[in-house]
Design a protein around this ligand. Structure first.
Ligand SMILES: Nc1ncnc2c1ncn2[C@@H]1O[C@H](COP(=O)(O)OP(=O)(O)OP(=O)(O)O)[C@@H](O)[C@H]1O
Ligand SMILES: [Mg+2]
Length: 497
């Protein structure tokens, strides 16, 4: 967790960006946001800090309420936009002026545009700052150069902790610090909504509210369609075999935790897992998130290319951008080969790949990318060479030993004590099986035992096993092809064999 949140005087990311804009001497800022109330809060925060200890007051203007300060009546003659700008020009003291939806008057009137340019000149060096907020970016050409354009990204942990403290009337810091990360990625209005729902479900705010908050967040995030928040934590102990991968993760976890104090070259960026279907790629990604104690978000490449979210390129860029607000997190690109082919293709997919390469290079340190792929023949060679992954792993069919481990995991998950069963005899019957097939075998043996009200035995497992035709038998050629391709290009995720 970011250290800044531990101090009561922590500055939010949004306030810092605006403060720095003001300090650089820019008198005019245009903030695109649908959260104007939040923008007002952030500006008040900036006002307290800008020339501390002397607070800078924040004036607010809208067409309906004129120019006023918190809780006070509007200044005479400031309801119309021109009156508001005249008020700013004549104001003799340092101040921040928050103009809500001022894009409308700007668009409509040449006089207003002229007047704003005059304000730009007259406010310079006067410690007077004008901030226009609007849900759209609508900036007339002639003032484009006088304005600094910013987008208000969703609140960070500092803002969320402050928000939770206000909403709950509770200042117990550890609890708020625990709950705030669950709200990352939501607007304040959405966070408020999630909080109300969680309160309704659990009565009061406490650690027990966390599942309800996470569920609300899952629903809100999933609404975007391309990004999915995955709530089911998988313990790394539930992944059988893949020891090479596990050992690697152990080292990376340490480095990832130290990311803020490390040279960016050695901060883990992510991995690519490719391999035979049903051998635990998706499972491993879920386990990585839990192991790193981070939330997991999945980008559905097929969804991105469906056209349901506008142009794929735009949808992909938007998903990556959204992720930067959810830091720290694990971001999972599932079936990455569906969206990313050669960078040289020059088409949409090529551009997406080019963007991906740059983004992997520059993305926030707290994002760990896990990409998975099956159709590796579709994966461009550059993805592996230049994909900026720290490592490319090949997940093969499990070895004899690994299959037994997977049997044990799935039996114990279903309440069966594997110690009572002689599993060794299964080795022979399950040659060439995937982990998914092992699971399928366990499920059918357990189901049968439940139906007859008996305990699962080795014989039940063998009877179930003989009925399963593994994919590797029906798709032998494809699997050999995948193996041949991967052997020289990737590190094996399992060590033993
Ligand atoms: N190594 C493993 N350890 C434990 N369970 C496994 C393992 N491999 C597969 N399984 C079981 O099989 C299921 C399917 O595996 P998973 O979805 O992770 O495969 P995948 O490699 O992502 O396949 P696909 O390429 O089809 O997406 C898992 O949910 C898990 O129950
Ligand atoms: Mg998968």
């Amino acid at each position: 967790m970011e250290q800044t949140t531990n101090s009561p005087a922590a500055e939010s990311r949004a306030a810092k960006i605006l403060r720095e804009a003001f300090e650089s001497g820019r008198p005019l800022t245009y903030v695109r946001t649908s959260e104007e109330r939040r923008a007002g809060r952030v500006l008040r925060e900036v006002g307290l800090r800008l020339f501390a200890p002397t607070p800078v007051p924040v004036w607010t203007w809208s067409l309906t309420s004129g120019m006023h300060r918190d809780g006070q009546a509007a200044e005479v003659g400031t309801h119309d936009p021109r009156g508001a700008l005249d008020f700013i020009a004549a104001h003799p003291h340092p101040a921040i002026f928050h103009l809500m939806d001022f894009h409308e008057p700007l668009r409509e009137s040449a006089g207003i545009r002229r007047c704003l340019r005059d304000i730009y000149e007259s406010c310079r060096g006067q410690r007077k700052f004008v901030v226009i907020t609007s849900p759209v970016r609508s900036i007339p050409e002639e003032i484009e150069r006088s304005l600094l354009f910013l987008e208000l990204r969703p609140p960070d942990l500092v803002e969320l902790v402050a928000f939770l403290r206000e909403e709950s009337g509770d200042s117990s810091h550890p609890l708020l610090l625990q709950l705030a990360p669950a709200l990352l990625g939501l607007t304040l209005d959405e966070a408020r909504y999630a909080l109300r729902r969680a309160l309704a479900a659990t009565g009061k705010l406490g650690p027990e509210s966390l599942p309800a908050l996470l569920e609300e967040k899952r629903l809100l995030i999933n609404r975007s369609g391309v990004l999915e928040y995955i709530a089911d934590g998988t313990n790394i102990g539930e992944v059988g075999g893949l020891d090479g991968l596990k050992a690697w993760l152990l080292e990376r976890r340490k480095l990832f935790e130290l990311r803020d104090s490390l040279n960016s070259e050695i901060v883990p960026k992510g991995l690519l897992l490719m391999g035979i279907p049903g051998c635990g790629k998706s499972l491993a990604v879920k386990a990585i998130a839990a192991y790193f104690q981070l939330p997991l978000y999945r980008v559905d490449m097929i969804e991105i290319f469906s056209g349901r979210h506008g142009k794929p390129e735009g949808a992909f860029v938007e998903a990556c951008k959204l992720m930067e607000d959810l830091v720290p997190a694990v971001l999972w690109f599932d079936e990455i080969e569906m969206g990313i082919t050669s960078a040289n293709a020059g088409d949409e997919q090529g551009r997406i790949f080019a963007f991906f390469l740059t983004w992997m290079q520059e993305k926030a340190r707290g994002l760990f990318v896990a990409a998975t792929a099956n159709r590796i023949d579709l994966l461009p060679a550059e993805m592996i060479r230049k994909g900026r992954f720290d490592e490319v792993f090949f997940v093969d069919l499990p070895s004899d030993e690994e299959r037994l481990e997977i049997f044990k995991i799935h039996l114990s998950r279903r309440g069966v004590d594997a110690a009572d069963i002689n599993l060794d005899q299964l080795t022979e019957f399950t040659q060439g099986w995937s982990g998914a097939e092992v699971e399928q075998c366990v499920v059918s043996a357990v189901t049968k035992a439940r139906l007859t009200d008996t305990h699962v035995t080795g014989v039940d497992l063998i009877q179930a096993a003989v009925k399963i035709v593994p994919l590797s038998r029906t798709m032998e050629q494809q699997i050999n092809h995948i193996r041949g391709w991967a052997f020289e290009r990737a590190v094996r995720a399992s060590r033993r064999r």
